[in-house]
Design a protein around this ligand. Structure first.
Ligand SMILES: [Mn+2]
Length: 348
């Protein structure tokens, strides 16, 4: 856990990195989750306080999960689609919960990041940023920002507190997954301040009919290979579905690993989840997507993408089979699988 003195020093470095800048654009990773949304919002407040700088928050892709859309709406998060901002208005860029050259953010090519705050393994490209703070031992990026908010003495009102709390809650599965003491401290810091009614709305949003159709496709597309579940979802209507079904499948009894693949537009998306605390899901998924794609993640959760991998159904099929074979080999799983649910006979 970082001490207040260390955080204060970091904030001075942050202010120095932004000195003389006119306006900062903070970018989340593409298809943002609660952790990057809350972190970006907190960073707006922090840079205003420590550097007197105006900042905006934007995302690329879509806010997929119903929970996350509800969060943005109910808490009135000041976040905009990247298409709605003019990049020429900004002379500094920040990435939260993401890093340069990961392939999961939309920092324009050739544009250096001035600020990077993240909790994924630190990349070489990140060290070129004027300010970076990457803490792999933290369960959530929002926890790093919680320390900034405190050290900068920003007054955290109900709505931001709710976003911060929900970010840490979901990212660490209620402090049960990859959570550090710092995460617990921030979680309890916001618990008494946040808006319980808003939280309840966020956690229980109306579920789209498309999601129910996806449940059908996911069950149909799941094969079990011993303790490994592989799901080929086929086409998904939003990219978060892939991670969402990996989250579901890894909860199946006697399953240690879930790998879920989906086709989104022209791209193939893949997610891996495991129940093994000492695993390295990030490394597994990098090998599963291979040279064809980009991937990254943590010990127990990771995601990747093969751009153009679903250009044609034939190509998607080939790549999906290839990824499945690689996953099974890497995880030492049986090569013969069984369907999760037997083929349905039509009822008449
Ligand atoms: Mn995160």
């Amino acid at each position: 856990m970082s001490s207040t003195a260390t955080t204060e020093r970091r904030l001075r470095q942050l202010a120095e990195a932004l000195a003389g800048k006119r306006r900062l654009l903070i970018l989340t990773h593409d298809n943002p989750d609660p952790d990057c949304i809350a972190s970006g919002w907190a960073l707006i407040k922090v840079v205003r306080k420590v550097a007197g700088l105006k900042a905006d928050l934007a995302y690329a892709g879509i806010i997929g999960r119903a929970e996350n859309r509800t969060l943005a709406r109910v808490l009135r998060v000041p976040i905009k689609p990247i298409e709605a901002v003019d990049l020429d208005d900004y002379d500094a860029f920040a990435l939260v919960d993401s890093q340069p050259e990961t392939g999961n953010n939309s920092l324009p090519a050739g544009t250096p990041a001035t600020v990077v705050v993240d909790h994924h393994p630190c990349r070489d490209a990140t060290r070129a940023a004027a300010f970076y703070d990457v803490r792999e031992e933290y369960g959530a990026t929002a926890t790093i920002l919680s320390e900034y908010l405190d050290a900068a003495e920003v007054k955290v009102e109900k709505k931001l507190a709710t976003a911060m709390f929900y970010a840490i809650k979901t990212e660490t599965l209620n402090l049960g997954r990859e959570a550090s003491r710092a995460d617990a401290k921030a979680f309890f810091r916001y618990f008494p301040i946040m808006d319980n009614e808003a939280l309840s709305q966020i956690e229980n949003p109306p579920i789209s009919r498309a999601y129910f159709r996806m449940i059908d496709q996911a069950i149909e597309g799941t094969h079990l290979f011993g303790d490994v579940a592989i799901t080929r979802l086929g086409e998904v209507n939003n990219p978060d579905m892939v991670a969402q079904f990996a989250d579901l499948m890894v909860r199946m009894e006697k399953i240690e690993w879930a790998v879920t693949i989906g086709r989104y537009g022209k791209d193939l998306l893949v997610s891996a989840r495991t129940n093994l605390p000492l695993a390295n899901a990030g490394r597994v998924i990098q090998q599963v997507v291979g040279a064809e794609g980009k991937a990254g993640g943590h010990g127990m959760m990771a995601g990747g993408k093969i751009p153009g991998g679903a250009e044609t159904p034939k190509l998607a099929n080939e790549l999906e089979r290839k990824m499945k074979a690689r996953a099974l080999e890497l995880l030492g799983a049986k090569s013969r699988g069984v369907r999760l649910v037997p083929v349905r006979r039509s009822r008449s």
